[in-house]
Design a binder for this molecule. Structure first.
Ligand SMILES: NC(=O)c1ccc[n+]([C@@H]2O[C@H](COP(=O)([O-])OP(=O)(O)OC[C@H]3O[C@@H](n4cnc5c(N)ncnc54)[C@H](OP(=O)(O)O)[C@@H]3O)[C@@H](O)[C@H]2O)c1
Length: 293
């Protein structure tokens, strides 16, 4: 039940994630006010002690800390503009996914409304919120982070990335890039195995073993990238890997499985080999990803 000695918090947006955030704040004993565009999503939270506000302005006015978790940057701005009269003096925490540029733009807009701002990236799915597995990245006002860390810790581990409000979004999107790269490979692997009628679940333990082993590559890659030296500790050079890469297109044709998920990688490998880097590591293709502005 809410405990009046604890920091009160408002949650704007009761989608799957906003609801999980509000539940975790309530479970941590924080008086919680909620608002959602469509009525009817707050019933379960009200039963657990949440106050349901009728408008964004009413919700924002209710507490010193306001957490926003909506669909995208546009919906965040729309809702905040509607409730702008209540913003002065608040700490605003935007946990809606977005880009660093969107976070910086929102930070500049809320600064005109006398708001302390944090942007965040939630590294969890809704059922993980409040569990030790969840972590949330924050950037922006250091004072707001330090003052309200106990409140934020209700959601999972709170990690601060600096005063530039864009940094949480940058780290969030980098982590999600790693995740989607892995998912692409996992889905391709299951598609290939399934082409001969094997069940995915009997292959899954072997796939997990292989991918877990390959995470050992990350630290060495980081050293090569930081030193911009892709010859350090090479055990499987790029020329060899690019040559073997032809098999991914061929196996797709043989097994009638599209190779389009992984297709972008090989042209990058071949370009790097053609540029004289065949003796180096795969990591060196990072040089081809840098676009001159
Ligand atoms: N779910 C996840 O696994 C997960 C994980 C990490 C981060 N996130 C991020 O968390 C955010 C919310 O995700 P979610 O899973 O809660 O999404 P969701 O279930 O689709 O909920 C979207 C929320 O945004 C509201 N909304 C959409 N457009 C709006 C508008 N124009 N004005 C006002 N409200 C609007 C919806 O209100 P209505 O109820 O009225 O439609 C709803 O409350 C997203 O940025 C997402 O990327 C989600």
């Amino acid at each position: 039940m809410p405990d009046d000695s604890k920091t009160g918090v408002t949650v704007l947006g009761l989608g799957a994630m906003g609801t999980a955030l509000a539940e975790a704040f309530l479970a941590g004993g924080h008086p919680t006010t909620v608002w959602n565009r469509s009525a009817g999503k707050a019933g379960g939270l009200a039963a657990k002690g949440a106050v349901v506000a009728g408008t964004p302005a009413e919700a924002i006015a209710a507490n010193g800390v306001v957490v926003v978790c909506l669909f995208d940057a546009r919906s965040v701005r729309e809702v905040l503009e509607t409730g702008a009269e209540s913003l002065p003096g608040r700490v605003l925490v935007n946990l809606t996914n977005g880009t660093p540029g969107e976070a910086r733009e929102l930070a500049a807009w809320v600064a005109e409304h006398d708001v302390e701002f944090l942007d965040g990236g939630i590294m969890a799915v809704p059922p993980m919120i409040g569990s030790p597995a969840a972590f949330v990245l924050y950037s922006g006002s250091r004072t707001a982070f330090d003052t309200h860390k106990e409140l934020f810790d209700s959601l999972g581990e709170s990690l601060y990335y600096g005063t530039d409000p864009g940094l949480a979004a940058l780290h969030d999107l980098a982590l999600l890039s790693g995740m989607y790269g892995m998912f692409m490979g996992v889905i391709q692997a299951f598609a290939l195995i399934g082409s001969e009628g094997s069940e995915a679940r009997s292959f899954a333990p072997l796939l997990k073993r292989w991918i877990t082993g390959m995470t050992g590559f990350i630290d060495g890659a980081a050293e090569q990238i930081d030193k911009r030296d892709y010859t350090i500790g090479v055990v499987s050079n790029l020329a060899m890997q690019a040559g073997a890469g032809d098999a991914f297109a061929k196996v797709g044709e043989e097994q009638a499985i599209s190779a389009e998920l992984l297709a972008p990688l090989r042209p990058l490998m071949l370009r790097r080999v053609a540029d004289g880097h065949g003796h180096e590591d795969l990591t060196g293709i990072i040089e081809l990803l840098k676009i001159k502005k």
